[in-house]
Design a protein around this ligand. Structure first.
Ligand code: FES
Length: 167
């Protein structure tokens, strides 16, 4: 038994097909744009060169400022300034995050004159040992994060932060 398609049905199927094709052609770029950040490959393994020479490091932590060029945050690209506390432990180079584990203020080495050999957070008097371990009885509840470190051509390169492995 043959089913005949009327002229009206044929026209509406054709228009729906062509309309759907054109709509998807317009929508695809919009959808692609909306989810673009999700599709981007992350550069998380990248190390950033710092101005710190390894030869100049001692066992005393020094503040090292560095810039992450063209950091892509969703649709925006910008240069981001970052800081680390860097020192030598034997032959190893240690780099700690300055971000306090209490409420995120910036810690300083030797900022408290009563404890010149510790990191000090001025916001609520949080303290950390040189390896980043939080001093019991002060507000921070965890140790400072640690940067991935590599040395190349005599300079310190820093990667992403990770939970402290020294404590
Ligand atoms: S934010 Fe550092 S002690 Fe509170």
């Amino acid at each position: 038994m043959s089913k005949k398609v009327s002229r009206r049905q044929f026209m509406s199927y054709t228009l729906m097909g062509v309309g759907g094709f054109m709509a998807s052609g317009m929508l695809m770029p919009m959808v692609r744009f909306a989810i673009d950040p999700v599709l981007q490959k992350k550069d998380e393994g990248d190390f950033i060169m710092t101005p710190q020479k390894v030869d100049e490091l001692t066992e005393m932590p020094v503040r090292v400022d560095f810039t992450i060029k063209d950091r892509k945050d969703a649709w925006y690209k910008s240069d981001v300034s970052n800081t680390a506390w860097v020192y030598k432990n034997g032959d190893a180079v240690i780099a700690l995050s300055p971000v306090c584990k209490h409420l995120g203020c910036t810690v300083n080495w030797g900022g408290d004159e009563k404890h010149p050999d510790q990191f000090f957070c001025p916001c609520h008097a949080g303290r950390y040992m040189k390896n980043g371990d939080n001093v019991q009885g002060t507000p921070p509840l965890g140790p400072l994060d640690e940067f991935d470190v590599k040395v190349e051509d005599g300079f310190v390169y820093l990667g992403k932060t990770k939970p402290n492995t020294l404590v």
